[in-house]
Design a protein around this ligand. Structure first.
Ligand SMILES: [Zn+2]
Length: 449
């Protein structure tokens, strides 16, 4: 297959390519370059050519944090406070069965394809999120979630190990080189300290990427710092034997979330670890994240809707922490539009730069932010060997935006104007996985389509 359009953004350090073509064979990118040059190659002869006209070809987008299983919980119509929202999610979940979860996850996977998303950092609470990724051919890391681990830690871990083995078999059977299994201790308030250590240890030994929701709400910070706040109040009420439920400790641990999970062995040198949300961070936390080599999944619109605040995006960008962008589940967002997330991040960066009296280069910001949902997002998931850029050898995953790039800076055009509604087509492994209109007209290679 050959895909042609008015512009391609390789996102691998190369400049935008006007009048571009992407040559694809056996599900992978063979070459990307000017149309005339690509069509003249001997290996382009006779291949089907899809011409998208006045459009921009991007690498398939990376949504670094999502829960497909919770798609039917959303969209969230209006802001809610974080902890009451979470308790509502638990009540909603109690009324659902396996068929509901699968239908929800499948709708989420379809929504991703419509939004140009081909790669996910998916948190799998039950299993259907992985099943939906596998059947849709989506790339990404399916992080199996672990919750709990008080007095019943051994039983929970035995269950978790069985689920892990089952999920590993699903991933193997999918035969998808861009799909990997990861592990995720849910949060520092829903997993005991011993639970965090046990899950992190399993991931380190198996070489499985780790992800953890961290430093999302003020209640989480207060719980760990000094044992106060709404999450601490809640944990005190639910322990049936009257014993304080871990990690609640009268007086707290005296540590912020990043320092706390570091003491519980979450990080290991060279091991891919993704911290989700990372809203409540001080400079010393950012230094710890850098030292640990961890990445961060920013979820700006979810954080706003759940009244959690803004992450220190400018400082994280400056520190060189690999950053991805997530919508989180549709249950805490309005839609799955990563371009809207980028605009929210841009607004936060402008505000934070202004507060610090720092200059802002809008062109550089737009380039960097588009990287967060492509190359850098793939790096945050440790999948950058397979996806994230239009580079020969990588999987042929493309997002095609129906935006006319004529004149101006294409990165700024996308940051300012693009939305998921502009998606013309989504291609996964060289196959059209979503087409907004009638299929592009195939023409023989060599003819101008
Ligand atoms: Zn989440």
């Amino acid at each position: 297959m050959i895909v042609t359009a008015a512009l391609a953004l390789p996102m691998d350090g190369r400049a935008p390519i006007p009048d571009a073509a992407v040559l694809i064979a056996d599900g992978r990118i063979v070459a990307v370059g000017p149309r005339a040059e690509i069509l003249a190659r001997p290996d382009a002869a006779g291949r089907e050519c899809l011409d998208y006209g006045a459009a921009i070809v991007l690498p398939g987008l990376v949504n670094a944090h999502i829960h497909l299983e919770y798609t039917h919980l959303g969209p969230l119509p209006a802001p809610q406070r974080f902890f009451p929202w979470l308790q509502g999610l638990v009540r909603w979940s109690a009324e659902r069965g396996p068929e509901d979860w699968l239908a929800s996850a499948r709708d989420g996977a379809a929504g991703c394809r419509r939004a140009g998303v081909t790669c996910l950092g998916e948190i799998v609470t039950r299993g259907q999120g992985l099943a939906a990724m596998a059947e849709a051919g989506l790339r990404g890391v399916a992080y199996l979630e672990f919750i709990g681990g008080g007095a019943d830690l051994a039983a929970r871990l035995a269950q978790f190990d069985a689920r892990t083995a089952e999920a590993a078999a699903t991933v193997r059977a999918a035969g998808n080189p861009g799909l990997r299994l990861g592990l995720s201790p849910h949060t520092p308030y829903s997993v005991s300290a011993a639970g965090i250590r046990a899950v992190a240890g399993r991931a380190h030994r198996a070489g499985a990427p780790l992800a953890m929701h961290l430093a999302e709400s003020a209640g989480e910070v207060a719980l760990l710092l000094d044992g106060t706040g709404e999450i601490a109040d809640f944990l005190r009420t639910i322990e049936p034997d009257g014993q304080p439920r871990e990690p609640y400790r009268a007086g707290g641990h005296g540590l912020g979330p990043v320092a706390y999970v570091a003491t519980q062995g979450l990080f290991a040198p060279g091991h891919p670890t993704l911290l989700i949300h990372a809203v409540h961070l001080g400079p010393e936390d950012i230094a710890r994240i850098v030292a640990a080599g961890a990445a961060v999944a920013l979820c700006p619109r979810s954080n706003t809707l759940l009244e959690c605040g803004d992450a220190p995006v400018a400082a994280l960008l400056d520190a060189g922490v690999p950053l991805g962008v997530g919508t989180d589940s549709l249950g805490s967002n309005r839609d799955l539009d990563l371009f809207a997330e980028l605009r929210a991040l841009a607004a936060t960066v402008r505000q934070q730069r202004a507060e610090r009296g720092e200059p802002l280069d809008e062109g550089a910001l737009a380039r960097r932010l588009l990287g967060l949902v492509t190359a850098e997002g793939a790096r945050a998931l440790a999948l950058d060997d397979q996806v994230g850029t239009l580079t020969p050898g990588k999987l042929a995953d493309l997002a095609i935006l129906a935006l006319d790039p004529a004149g101006g800076d294409p990165y700024r055009l996308i940051l300012d104007r693009a939305s998921a509604a502009d998606l013309r087509a989504t291609i996964i492994g060289g196959r059209v996985a979503y087409d907004a209109a009638t299929p592009a007209t195939p023409t023989p290679a060599g003819a101008r389509g």
